[in-house]
Design a protein around this ligand. Structure first.
Ligand code: C2O
Ligand code: CU
Length: 473
């Protein structure tokens, strides 16, 4: 990385000086080397077994998304895109000494983890970390699964610029594999001439969501990972895109979903393709097949955000076809499969008869250029008050012609039905796609009291006012 940065900073051949052939070679961007499947977690600075302590600093950072051009508006946690992988176990305390190296207020939000209200980093005066300021986030890990962190102020801009990181929260009995790969899926909209982050074309993009023209896995469009034929991979996926839904297949390989947003399922669910809306996660098990040298790509197919009958034409800068997200290369060595013995002590158990505390109604008024919840836009959305610590139902009803990924902070839920049908993949979730003119029924134990946000995870919609608060007593 350092080499390619230096190379790009070197002036192009100047004056009469005969270019040095070695220097000239290094002036071309270096291709990303193929990495072996796996990850290196952030360094734990606390020797105690029950505490993981990390340092996290967000600051401007120029990075190459795989085009060979450094993004001058880039941002990063600890100078890495994505930020460091935080690896913790249920029951451990995670302490994060956070420094805000930006020149505006910010926060860290721990998407999906049940944390105390004052650690949630949502938009509250008390939560903000001022420019140049520090804050120690500290909480106990309650939930096993795959989570992520990101700022919760200037969210739509800062995520596009690169601020996101992964959290691997381990269950003591979860399957362990060598090839455990946490991947942030994202897209970025680059100006075709400058290859820099394109400025926001305000109104249209705000309503339609910002779809990018470059797909990235862990911050690069050209990521290559080596795997072994026969070995089991656990592919942990999070969709960090502003608005894009990913619709994924893995060339020639069978995928089984073993965990959703909030942790392990009781079973493996074979799927042909996997759809993840912004904010959603899944862990997918794959037993690799193939011959040494085979290249197998994670492919993304077009997902229309609007109902097919919607009058509004939808434009995707990636085009109508399939596009590769990343490439897996079968190595020379063979591996052995790992059986998926999945932990079952933490599975949802709702009857479907939970009393419904509230029905949220999502809508858009295209002409007025507004998005609403219960007829209002944030901050006027009426707060929802609910009694905590009992099985409680919620309904989210979408009266618009566009998909909305609806996210609750603070309390996880189970999806009972989507348009009247139980979902194929169950388990705990915190973000759910509400299809155009569709309805989802949720149930939660509401075991985490506090004042929590709900919002659409299409970040342009959240910014435009598709957000509010619910109070759990
Ligand atoms: Cu990932 Cu309130 O967000
Ligand atoms: Cu939305």
């Amino acid at each position: 990385m350092l080499l390619s940065v230096l190379a790009l900073l070197l002036p192009a051949c100047t004056g009469n000086k005969v270019p040095d052939p070695v220097e000239d070679d290094t002036a071309a961007p270096l291709p990303l080397p193929t990495e072996r499947c796996g990850f290196t977690p952030a360094t734990d600075l606390d020797p105690a077994d029950d505490v993981v302590a990390i340092e996290l600093e967000q600051a401007p950072f120029q990075w190459d998304p795989g085009t060979g051009t450094l993004l001058t508006d880039g941002l990063a946690y600890n100078g890495e895109i994505p930020g460091p992988v935080i690896e913790v176990e249920v029951g451990q305390t995670l302490r994060t000494d956070f420094t805000n190296g930006l020149d505006y207020d910010s926060t860290v939000h721990w998407h999906g983890l049940r944390v105390p209200e004052e650690m949630d980093g949502a938009i509250r005066m008390m939560d903000m970390v001022p420019a140049g300021g520090t804050f120690a986030y500290e909480f106990t890990i309650q939930d096993a699964g795959f989570y992520w962190y990101h700022p919760h102020m200037a969210t739509e801009q800062d995520l596009e610029r690169g601020l996101y990181g992964r959290i691997v929260a381990r269950h003591p009995d979860e399957p362990r594999v060598d090839c455990d790969l946490p991947v942030v899926l994202d897209d970025i909209l680059l100006d075709e001439d400058t290859q820099q982050i394109a400025p926001k074309d305000t109104d249209h993009m705000q309503l339609m969501g910002r779809l990018g023209n470059l797909l990235m896995a862990n911050g690069r469009s050209d990521r290559r990972v080596e795997v072994k034929a026969g070995e089991t991979m656990l592919l942990r996926l999070v969709n960090a895109a502003n608005a894009r839904y990913f619709n994924l297949t893995l060339e020639g390989q069978a995928m089984r979903v073993v965990a959703s947003d909030g942790g392990w399922l009781g079973e493996e669910v074979p799927v042909d393709n996997l759809v993840l809306g912004p904010g959603e996660r899944a862990i997918v098990a794959v037993d690799w097949t193939g011959a040494p040298g085979d290249e197998l790509r994670l492919m993304n197919a077009r997902f229309r955000l609007h109902d097919d009958d919607a009058h509004m034409s939808e434009y995707d800068p990636m085009g109508e076809g399939e596009n590769p997200v990343m490439t897996f290369v079968i190595g020379d060595e063979a591996g052995t499969p790992t059986p998926m013995t999945l932990p079952t002590d933490d599975l949802p158990a709702f009857t479907g008869d939970e009393p419904v505390a509230h029905t949220w109604v999502l809508d858009e008024e295209m002409k007025a250029g507004i998005v609403t919840i219960d007829g209002y836009s944030y901050p006027d959305v009426p707060p929802v008050m609910v009694m905590g610590d009992m099985p409680t139902g919620f309904v989210v009803q979408n009266d618009s012609e566009m998909h909305h990924p609806f996210h609750l902070h603070g309390n996880r839920f189970q999806v009972l039905t989507v348009d009247g049908v139980a979902p194929a993949v169950g388990g705990w979730k915190d973000t759910i796609d509400v299809p155009p003119f569709g309805t989802v029924e949720l149930a939660s134990q509401l075991d985490n009291p506090g004042e929590w946000m709900f919002h659409c995870h299409i970040l342009e919609h959240a910014e435009l006012g598709m957000a509010g608060f619910f109070m759990v007593e």
